[in-house]
Write a protein that binds this ligand. Structure first.
Ligand SMILES: Cc1ncc(COP(=O)(O)O)c(C=O)c1O
Length: 428
């Protein structure tokens, strides 16, 4: 895999400066227009998701530009809304799916089924049935299996198509232990079983690739471990290639974005060089599956302050969004930037922001400095584009929020606010 020469470097740094200006590698909450955001809340009510499709396309293009000789698939699980999927399909992004529903929604959004990749993790029968029947019509579809049982269940269904084997590299990285999948036995074939499973796979399937997903939310500090895990996959690819060539090595996703103000964005050139280095000598095309990097900083949650309560411990700011709207803080202790877009210039004070759910987990921030929030103010929660709406729930019978998409400065509703009837729709 080729790295950059001197001449390339100079030309490209001017080019990069221009690209950075056009599409900055990081978008902070302060980079959104507070006035525009407040207008959205006034027009579409709260809690509300806002997703900037122009930013989604920029992020994908920037990432793909850092890997010019690779296939960059968008990991649909990060945000599976049709507007987002269509925006990415329109610019040629192939889609990686982790469930039958994601396959169906990707196709509904215009994705070419022959370019889809389905990553099967302990797959329910209906998912395998759907993927196998889809592959019968679209033989370009690729299925990734991470267990001998999955391969057997595919063979039992008469599947003989394109298969990638997910390997467990034994090294995990990421923003939280719950996403460090590379070291979790749940994911992938145990490393040393790789060659034997590949040999078995070649008997029943068209073995086209190896796959691993090391973890999620990788920033500079995790890069070394991330590349160490990838080099393990590279080693396995060389061992497996002795039995026949591989079309690709897929290193998954995991590329993080800065959530905290003091965090720096990933240097994609450094990532790209590191991944190439880790796969040096591997004669196969590189595939990657970013999700978070493409969506995270393109989305916001807007929420209205309905309670201000000063207590001896802290000042509690109650809002209408909850862990049912954005679960990441409760699930992963994740940090999301929060700003008062109604009165951004008011004196800042340390407050705790929580939602209407009857659990202490329903907190977005504790002792967080924010411009003094008052009842009726709108707060913006940043970096909510990835693993936001897709993880929303109807806990407390709270309908899921609406979602508006921004494109070329225009806003339109792409997911309407649920009603109570939507909450009870399946009641028998
Ligand atoms: C197999 C696989 N690919 C890609 C991704 C996307 O990861 P990220 O959103 O961190 O880029 C995930 C996330 O869980 C995954 O499990």
């Amino acid at each position: 895999m080729r790295s950059r020469t001197g001449a390339d470097a100079t030309a490209s740094s001017e080019e990069e400066e221009r690209e950075d200006a056009e599409s900055p590698p990081v978008r902070r909450l302060a980079d959104w227009s507070a006035g525009r955001v407040e207008e959205l809340a006034a027009e579409y009510d709260t809690p509300l998701y806002a997703i900037d499709l122009d930013r989604v396309r920029e992020n994908y293009a920037r990432f793909a530009a850092a890997f010019p000789d690779a296939t960059v698939m968008y990991a649909a699980k990060a945000h599976t809304g049709r507007a987002v999927l269509s925006a990415l399909v329109d610019i040629g992004a192939p889609i990686e799916c982790a469930a039958w529903g994601e396959l169906d929604r990707a196709i509904d959004a215009g994705a070419d089924p022959d370019e889809l990749q389905y990553t099967a993790v302990n797959p329910p029968d209906r998912d395998l049935d759907y993927a196998v029947s889809l592959a019968a019509e679209y033989p370009g579809l690729t299925i990734t299996g991470g267990a001998r049982d999955t391969l057997d269940r595919l063979a039992e269904r008469g599947y003989e198509g394109r298969l990638a084997i997910r390997i467990n590299p034994g090294i995990g990285t990421g923003h939280h232990e719950k996403v460090a999948t590379g070291a979790d036995a749940k994911f992938g074939i145990p490393y040393e079983e790789g060659p034997a499973v590949a040999e078995r796979a070649r008997k029943d399937f068209d073995l086209v690739g190896l796959h691993a997903h090391v973890g999620s939310g990788v920033l500079d500090d995790d890069l070394e471990d991330h590349c160490r895990a990838i080099s393990r996959v590279g080693e396995m690819a060389k061992r497996v290639a002795s039995g026949g060539s591989l079309e690709f090595v897929d290193v998954g996703g995991g590329y993080g974005v800065p959530y905290r103000p003091d965090e720096e964005p990933l240097d994609l050139e450094k990532v790209s060089d590191g991944v190439r280095e880790a796969l040096s000598g591997v004669d196969a095309r590189l595939r990657l599956e970013p999700g978070r990097y493409v969506l995270a900083d393109a989305g916001l949650v807007l929420t209205e302050v309905n309670t201000r309560k000063e207590t001896p411990e802290t000042t509690v700011i109650g809002v209408d969004a909850s862990l049912g709207t954005l679960i990441r803080p409760a699930m992963f202790d994740s940090y999301h930037p929060i700003e008062n877009v109604s009165a951004p210039d008011r004196e800042r004070e340390a407050v705790s922001v929580g939602g209407p759910m009857c659990t202490s987990a329903d907190v977005f921030a504790t002792d967080r400095p924010i411009a003094r929030p008052e009842r009726g103010d709108v707060l913006a929660i940043g970096n909510a584009g990835a693993y936001g709406y897709e993880l929303a729930s109807q806990f407390h019978s709270q309908p899921r929020p609406a979602e508006v998409a921004l494109e070329g400065g225009e806003a339109r509703v792409v997911r309407r606010r649920e009603s109570l009837a939507d909450v009870t729709r399946v009641e028998q």
